[in-house]
Design a protein around this ligand. Sequence first.
Ligand code: BGC
Length: 706
Amino acid sequence: MRVLFCVCCLISVNIFAQKTDSVTEKKITTLLSKMTLEEKIGQLSQPVLDEHSKDVENEIAAGKVGSFCSFNKRHYTPSERNRLQKIAIEKSRLGIPIIFTYDVIHGFSTIYPISLGLSASWDLNLAKQVASMAAKEARYYGIDMTFSPMVDVSRDPRWGRISECYGEDVLLNSVFGKATVEGYQGNDLSKHENIGSCVKHFVGYGLSMGGRDKQFTEISKNTLLNTYLPPFKSAVDAGAVSVMTAFNDISGIPASANKFTMTDVLKDQWGFDGFTLSDWDAVLELQNHGIAGNDKEAAEKAINAGLDMEMRSDMYLNLVKSVKEGNVKESVVDEAVRRVLRIKYKLGLFDNPYIDDKKSNKVQLTEENRKLARKAGAESMVLLKNNGVLPLGKKGRLIIDGPFTNSKDMLGWWIGNGDDQNVVTVEEGIRNKTAGKLQIIHGSLSRNYDKTVLICLGESGGNFGESNCITDVTIPKSQIELVKEAKAKGKNVIAVIFNGRPWVLTPIMDYADAILIAWHPGTEAGNAVADVLFGDVNPSGKLTCSFPKMNGQIPIFYSDRISGRPRENKYKNIDANPLFEFGFGLSYTKFEYSNLKMSSNTLKKDGSITVSIDVKNIGKREGKEVVQLYIHDKVASISRPKRELVKFAKPNIKAGETQTITFNLSASDLAFYNIDDQYTLESGAYDLWVGGSSNCELSSKFTLED
Ligand code: BGC
């Protein structure tokens, strides 16, 4: 019999990171008391700048714009932002500044790897630095808030937006989300080098049915609590000023009109005091969802459920009538406005509404930023196979081929103000590195050299991302042929793949001697690839999403449950294992794990133990290794994942060196929502594994005790 121990204290939030001071709250109260209902509703509206070019000045002056969303850089210049802000400050009755927003997702002018790629670095400092650099470029350009990070746990590579999250794991989305929020927001949001972070898409979007974008989801309350909500909590605890609600419904209740998620959980339980913002037209679409019969009803359902600001669709204009009719209390509107104004104060917009547009150019795409993009690109790459053909020598001859050899299409889906003209291609990267000492020959097929051929494969940035869902994630036929034909010529084939989602690579496994997953690495793509190919950077990325053997295995992820008859958990034609598992990635050196030790085999519910392991670099090169610790709760009130990542570290280990890696495992790392949806610790037996991937074998056991 297992004893439950309620650990509600463990989910207490860092409300101090959120709350503004009482002086500001008083200012907000005073301001609110002066506002008309129309002006209040104006604060809750986020029109799209690009679409309001004709009457934009009048709308601002009338107090109808609380924030602007824009996606087109032609409309979004620093001086234009200042001009519009000036109208808000000087021409609107109460002079309330506007929040300018944009999708700064993995960079602004300098583009870094797509989020799925960056997560494969398992490097949280790097993620923070990347966000911080992006914030600086964006804020100097006049952007106050970004719609990022995206922390939708996703396990379906058919869904194009898997590229935007940090992979299939709850912990990784949580810690990368946190690091990213911290990087964007810094310590002081009023400083013109930090931007507000709007974490998205709240919640469950990653489970869109069948991997089709913007579809409904079926998510039990328990799964919501254990899998889909935790990354958002982590971002909110890190101080994210806004939360964007998703397009999908959650078991029938659209996320943008979902009282449970927005009010009960986010605001009441977590103490979030920023504002919620709908995704693009999501309030209008409540009618398509079939929960509202007209615009007014859609607006009422959204605001009454806790949605503060609406993006694009102007449904909230109907709220004037709703308040007059008594369908929405004015206090509900006031509370939403208070949240928006609070963030405007936090962003320093009342004191300092303008940006120095002369400085803007100086911070864009600097050498320093490019350097970071190059580093991030290389750290994100995952070496899946290597028959010893990598790293390459910098002299001699190299044949290059494939559609991505000279492509600048390496920026991914959201590219901010990035310009593909600034992208370093693979061939350029190789030439930069080898300075004329390596002869480059184009085309693998025409010549019969018995030499190494580098084939650059992949998908365009327009093939993944929003609305870009596909039924078949197998490497395209023409690319398989290229690899096969090169091999048939007796060449050593190195495949570098620029993909935005896990691919089925089974068809090339017997033909490629080396496979390097490069994702879409961003502006410095070619230099970063060359760093890895020639061994100046020893690859250390590890997959954060499983790569299936076949499409039919999807969805496939490491943390599924064992279920009742595991031996039958397979297909007639194939087992249930992925081709490459979560956490997998090779290096140019090798690591050996031994000596797994625990300070105790019992863990008290208010205590912690240490888990240590020796990691030896048995190869000839220095390298970094992502050391991963997994647990399994053997008997609980609900069936728990067969393995769950709870800790990781990424030490740099010299050739021949052994490092002892020590993890502090606290009882709180084991807490979860139980059968009664209570956040608890349940005493009992646990298995534990430590190693270099989710398949690691060195294991131990411990018991959690009262
Ligand atoms: C996307 C969001 C994005 C928003 C604004 C929506 O279609 O789902 O992720 O932030 O547009 O561009």
